[in-house]
Design a binder for this molecule. Structure first.
Ligand SMILES: Nc1nc2c(c(=O)[nH]1)N[C@H]1C(S)=C(S)[C@@H](COP(=O)(O)O)O[C@H]1N2
Ligand SMILES: [Mo]
Length: 326
């Protein structure tokens, strides 16, 4: 079994998975050679050099470096340095465009992200439609540097600009019965060439108190630039203590609800993805361990931290069995 398949969000029953794993039985020659060169040249290469050496190859090659083996090297001093802009903007998950992780920038080049309206409604006293310009004016962008941990066991450190979601929620005035928030991404098959059999638009959810936590933001930029399309322009959710798939991109609708909504991934593969999806090194994905991760740009795997290191959220889950409430 290839590492690509063991690390894909897609459930093993998904038809695309079979196609891919068949293809991956054969390691493409250029990759094989580049790996040998790479391992031989380790001492001389910085982690960044390694990553850029990798970019000409396909996403599957990239991911297959994510194996559990710790590659011996000189990058023992794991840091929390910012992930370079080019890596954040060229290694993505955005299934509306493709299953691959690279080249999404090109596929999304003509994705129309302006004008854009976010509709906030459901159990609120003050529903509203907000343009991106309204939101940026009302809620001045703050910089938030967060770790991002994908459920596939890779991670980044991203300097977002955005605003805490609680500010917007306070303005729409949730009613007392509102206990959950549902997020819906934009979807237009004419602009998004990904697999049309997936149940788009992408949808996610948070408990209202999670949504109101100061760490939860709506991001409109990174590295002080407008959000690249492939990262979820013009506005996306960022919930840094949860696996990356909770952070829905290109959000168009926010709805306050009385009951827990289902989510894109928990509907596709309920045994693998839960509603809470808090980063937890002690709860393995059914197909791989979650105890370590590979920071994009580094070689050595690092331990994954409970709540991705954001311990301040622990009180939100007091009394809950975090193994059960995945
Ligand atoms: N609409 C939408 N949002 C999405 C996804 C997606 O496929 N579609 N992928 C999720 C996953 S699995 C991850 S890890 C992050 C990746 O964000 P990035 O590409 O900006 O790093 O976006 C999340 N949000
Ligand atoms: Mo992910």
């Amino acid at each position: 079994m290839s590492n690509l398949e063991s690390r894909s969000h897609l459930p093993p029953t998904h038809p695309t998975t079979y196609t891919k794993s068949l293809r991956d039985e054969i390691t493409p020659e250029p990759l094989y050679i580049s790996r040998r060169l790479f391992i031989a040249g380790l001492g001389a290469l910085s982690a960044t050099a390694f990553l850029s050496a990798c970019t000409p190859f396909s996403a599957s090659n990239m991911t297959s470096q994510d194996g559990d083996e710790t590659i011996p090297g000189n990058s023992d001093n794991l840091t929390n340095d910012l992930t370079p802009y080019d890596d954040i903007a060229n290694y993505n998950n955005f299934y509306e465009f493709t299953y691959g992780k690279e080249g999404i920038a090109e596929l999304a080049e003509n994705f129309q992200t302006s004008p854009w309206t976010v509709s906030v409604g459901g159990l609120v006293d003050n529903p509203g439609d907000y343009s991106i310009e309204d939101l940026i004016k009302k809620y001045p962008p703050e910089e938030r540097i967060y770790r991002m941990r994908c459920v596939e066991a890779w991670s980044m450190v991203i300097p977002w600009t955005g605003f805490p979601l609680y500010k917007l929620l306070a303005d729409v005035k949730p009613q007392p019965e509102a206990r959950f928030v549902r997020f819906e991404s934009f979807y237009d098959p004419a602009q998004m060439p990904g697999d049309k059999s997936l149940p788009f638009p992408y949808y996610e959810g948070l408990r209202l108190d999670e949504a109101n936590h100061d760490l939860t933001i709506l991001a409109t930029g990174l590295y002080d630039k407008p959000l690249p399309r492939q990262d979820g322009a013009p506005i996306r959710l960022v919930v840094p203590w949860k696996y990356g798939f909770k952070s829905a991109k290109s959000i168009q609708r926010i709805t306050l609800l009385p009951d827990m909504p289902s989510t894109f991934w928990s509907d596709l593969s309920p045994n693998e993805y839960g509603f809470y999806a808090n980063v937890n090194p002690n709860v393995d994905h059914p197909r791989w361990s979650q105890s370590t991760e590979r920071r994009i740009g580094e070689l050595k795997r690092r331990p994954t931290l409970m709540f991705n290191g954001y311990d301040e959220v622990a009180s939100l889950y007091e009394g809950m069995d975090l193994r059960k409430f995945f």
